[in-house]
Design a protein around this ligand. Structure first.
Ligand code: SAH
Ligand code: SF4
Length: 351
């Protein structure tokens, strides 16, 4: 007889776990203990839920399990960055990156297997879009990385900037964000979570009305629709003006700003005129700019600008009182940098 597949509790919210517990005839507060075990203590075995009666643990074990996505491989960079490859189904891989800094760790997590947007500068965009990740798989990446982290006391930042377009997997991503911020689950401040989008305007508008709102980052990457249409297919649907309009109405707390990411690509979007157009586009917005020199790969048909071009671009923004940081790549030696997450089990650089 085939063993019945158990229900994975990772990704369920406290209310859903409470429903399960109550249906089993147990007191509702047991759900709190279970949530705390899953999300706060990160217990993986029912044996370790010592605050629950043994008989209840046995009944839970029959039907339910606590499972993170399966780590297939971990790649360790010289600079401390780690890239995690997870297998989430036959021929389905996703990646997450852990980036340690002095005072905090940043986890970059994925939301889809592949990506339908297909930006020309991004390796994920070259993969077929296979499917949306479930809430359990999104939050499970964080739990798996937390379980592997060396200094547990450091502050944690989550950037939803891995594989996939998060606003095309809206419901699962939002539920994941609620779990990240729920005091009974991961208890992170929404200000420690950043969602990056290629510009899905209806998703941005919807996000603006949520009770829990993360920081917003926009992958702008171009200053004219002609350029952007070429680089990011969805710009043909949602133009720059409409995108910036949605940003203007996005609710921000005091001192909070929208991050505009700008991947600098030699000869495409790195001219002084681009910088000046960018200044004009951003006028009146509460924003900051992250300049990301393109991470190169043989499969990406572009090059990163020369250093003097990058600095000249930054200077124009800074001269117009725009905060513009140049984001130097981390984890380049293990293909963990922005845009290089491709999810294959074995990577063949140069092919
Ligand atoms: N899909 C979302 C989030 C993931 S991409 C989005 O596009 O915003 C995260 C960031 O990596 C984006 O800002 C994207 O512009 C950038 N990126 C993609 N390919 C890159 C590359 N080759 N070099 C540098 N940055 C890249
Ligand atoms: Fe998808 Fe973002 Fe890569 Fe574009 S940059 S293909 S939206 S993951």
């Amino acid at each position: 007889m085939q063993a019945e597949t158990k229900i994975n509790l990772v990704g369920l919210c406290p209310e859903e776990i409470q429903d399960i517990v109550v249906r089993m005839g147990e007191a509702a507060f047991r759900a709190r203990q279970i949530c705390s075990g899953i999300y706060r203590r990160r217990t993986l075995s029912w044996d370790h839920f010592t605050d629950l009666a043994k008989s209840l643990r046995e009944r839970l074990r029959e039907k339910y399990e606590i499972q993170y996505p399966l780590i297939q491989r971990v790649f360790q960079s010289e600079d401390g960055t780690r890239r995690y490859l997870f297998g989430v189904g036959p021929q389905q891989w996703i990646e997450s990156v852990s980036i340690p800094e002095d005072s905090r760790d940043t986890f970059c997590i994925s939301t889809q297997v592949g990506c339908a947007v297909g930006c020309l500068y991004c390796l994920t965009g070259k993969l077929p879009m296979r499917r949306d990740l479930t809430t359990g798989e999104i939050v499970g990446q964080i739990l798996a990385l937390l379980a592997d982290r060396e200094t547990p006391s450091k502050r944690l930042n989550i950037v939803i900037m891995g594989m996939g377009e998060p606003l095309f997997n809206y419901d699962n991503v939002m539920k994941s964000i609620r779990l990240m911020t729920d005091a009974r689950a991961l208890a992170l401040s929404p200000r420690r979570i950043t969602l990056s989008t290629s510009g899905v305007v209806p998703g941005i508008l919807k996000l603006a009305s949520e009770p829990v709102i993360p920081n917003l980052a926009i992958s702008l990457n171009a200053t004219t629709n002609k350029q952007r249409d070429q680089l990011i297919s969805i710009n043909r649907k949602w133009k720059i003006a409409e995108l910036l309009e949605a940003c203007r109405s996005f609710p921000l707390e005091k001192r909070q700003r929208i991050t505009f990411e700008y991947v600098l690509i030699a000869g495409i979007n790195d001219a002084p005129e681009d910088a000046r157009r960018l200044v004009k586009l951003l006028a009146g917005l509460k924003q900051k700019v992250n300049l990301i020199p393109l991470n190169e790969d043989a499969r990406i048909p572009f090059k990163s600008p020369a250093e003097d071009r990058i600095l000249a671009f930054q200077k124009i923004l800074v001269d117009h009182y725009i905060t513009a940081n140049i984001r130097r790549a981390r984890g380049t030696d293990i293909s963990a940098a922005c845009g290089l997450l491709a999810g294959q089990e074995i990577k063949n650089p140069g092919q």
